[in-house]
Write a protein that binds this ligand. Structure first.
Ligand code: ZN
Length: 161
């Protein structure tokens, strides 16, 4: 579907609520990062790599991996600017997501842990995290379109192989 078709179609339908667009975008972000990771837990992959390279992390970070993979955020999803930013997302197991999202000790060390595991993203995320983000419905629809395009392209490239 091209962008012009998408725009033409959207004119025929009643406008969607911001809430419904945000919900779809949240689901697509999660789907896309999990697909991109090929079902692997990127948290534990990076954790074991750091361990092999003798990089020291807080001992509480060495929790067990869980088979359920979820879309996770480096900087909390309450940051509106970074909630749908691919560089702020990764595929992580529910065990790590739950520990760093809810456990007081996990929450305390998460800032140190993600910066150690994703050093290539630190400068970018620090730079943009304070930017004001007022995504209107058009912005959200465009991001939805973009994630759908990436998902369908990755499905096509898999069929081709
Ligand atoms: Zn894991």
């Amino acid at each position: 579907m091209t962008l012009s078709v998408l725009i033409a179609e959207s004119r025929l339908k009643p406008p969607r609520s911001r809430r419904s667009l945000e919900k779809e975008l949240t689901d697509l972000c999660s789907l896309w990062v999990r697909k991109k990771a090929g079902g692997r837990c990127e948290y534990h992959e990076r954790l074991w790599r750091a361990y092999a390279e003798r990089r020291v992390l807080p001992s509480a970070a060495y929790i067990g991996c869980d088979p359920v993979i979820q879309g996770c955020h480096k900087i909390t999803r309450s940051n509106k600017r970074l909630k749908f930013d691919e560089r702020n997302l990764f595929a992580g197991c529910s065990g790590s997501n739950c520990f760093f999202g809810r456990n007081p000790r996990g929450k305390e060390i998460w800032g140190t842990v993600w910066r150690e595991l994703w050093p290539e993203d630190v400068a970018y995320l620090e730079r943009v995290k304070g930017q004001i983000a007022h995504y209107n419905r058009g912005d959200l629809a465009l991001m939805i379109y973009d994630f759908k395009r990436k998902l369908s392209q990755s499905a096509m490239s898999k069929e081709g192989t």
